[in-house]
Design a protein around this ligand. Structure first.
Ligand SMILES: [Zn+2]
Length: 354
């Protein structure tokens, strides 16, 4: 053995070591981090609003060649700073729907980007096209983007800061958004691509214009379900989960999904409004869906109720505060055999695992 090393010589050995290191460094990796896990508009214990950061890239670069933010709830920018991810490095933001608990952090994110990074690059904002809901109102991601900086403009701040630095874009933070809308479909369609990273989307039910996403990379795949629920708005129905999301999740490594615990159901006397309960997916049904779809890791987020509290906003949690086990067991008891991660802010999973 020593003899063969000797014949190879120092130079040959060094070149093998260098190529082994290069090979190791070139390994692609995918990292999925819950930037915020708060379920709905209530605020609890400093939890950030809903959001998921998906990082893909080379192992030697901390899987950070492509940075995708899915939803940007309250506090997203602070969470990104904890991860040492600068706002200016995010390549694209994808919105599942136009609810403030998923969008509150967008103006913050874009204002700081405008302040320090007006020279670009712009950020792709990917979301559903405008949709008119049955009662007549229109859910409009493009309007949200267009008016994102209106309060800063109306208050005079943008004008004042333009005096300070004329290189800033004159229209405020909206000028840095590249809005890319799509018409949601039941079958997955490609909505964004960069190199090896492909994002597909389906239309799913929650409020008009809700979309769920899947990211495919050479290191693995992740589905971001958002707040999707079943197309049938209330029982009787087979499941509270979305058939479109299940289609999207076939064979995915990771599913990140908003979750409601069955204790909040109308039969449990929580006082929680039944239509709001029925438009979410329960932890149990998510477990069954993930098992049927062959998913390896189920990340439960946007937990209703949050862990360790007797209240969900103004509503009580029947039976008292829930633990991580209460959520994980609901998914496992419904047949999920993979790994359940019960979301807390900044919970991260990585592929391949270290
Ligand atoms: Zn929500």
């Amino acid at each position: 053995m020593f003899g063969s090393t000797g014949r190879l010589g120092i130079t040959g050995l060094a070149s093998i070591l260098v190529s082994m290191a290069t090979w190791a460094n070139a390994a692609p990796c995918l990292e999925v981090t819950l930037t915020g896990t708060q379920g709905g508009p209530p605020i609890f214990n400093g939890q950030a609003g809903a959001g998921t950061l998906v990082r893909y890239g080379d192992d030697s670069k901390n899987c950070s060649d492509v940075l995708l933010q899915f939803d940007a709830g309250r506090g997203t920018l602070q969470q990104l700073s904890k991860l040492k991810v600068p706002a200016g490095k995010i390549n694209a933001v994808f919105l599942t729907h136009i609810h403030s608990d998923h969008t509150d952090g967008l103006a913050d994110l874009m204002q700081i980007r405008w302040h320090f990074g007006s020279a670009g690059p712009k950020v792709d904002l990917v979301c559903n096209s405008d949709v008119k809901a049955k009662p007549g109102h229109v859910m409009s991601c493009s309007k949200l983007a267009e008016h994102l900086g209106d309060a800063y403009i109306a208050s005079g701040e943008i004008a004042q800061r333009l005096v300070e630095n004329k290189k800033r874009l004159p229209g405020g933070p909206s000028d840095l958004l590249n809005v890319a809308t799509f018409d949601g479909t039941a079958q997955p369609q490609e909505v964004w691509r960069s190199g090896d990273v492909v994002v597909t989307a389906v239309a799913s039910r929650h409020v008009a214009g809700h979309a769920s996403y899947r990211v495919d990379t050479p290191a693995g795949s992740v589905v971001i379900g958002g707040d999707a629920g079943n197309d049938v708005p209330k029982p009787p129905r087979k499941s509270s989960t979305s058939a479109s999301v299940e289609r999207l999740a076939q064979g995915a490594d990771i599913v990140v999904h908003s979750t409601i615990h069955p204790v909040m159901g109308p039969d449990m006397d929580s006082g929680f409004p039944p239509p709001v309960y029925f438009r979410q997916s329960t932890a149990s049904d998510l477990g069954s869906m993930a098992q049927r779809a062959g998913v390896k890791i189920l990340m439960l987020t946007h937990l209703i109720p949050p862990l360790g509290t007797k209240n969900q906003g103004p509503y009580k949690v029947p039976g008292g505060a829930l633990t991580k086990e209460d959520y994980a067991n609901a998914a496992k008891d419904a047949g999920f055999e993979g790994n359940v991660i019960v979301g807390t802010d900044l919970a991260t999973t990585r592929l391949p695992s270290k």
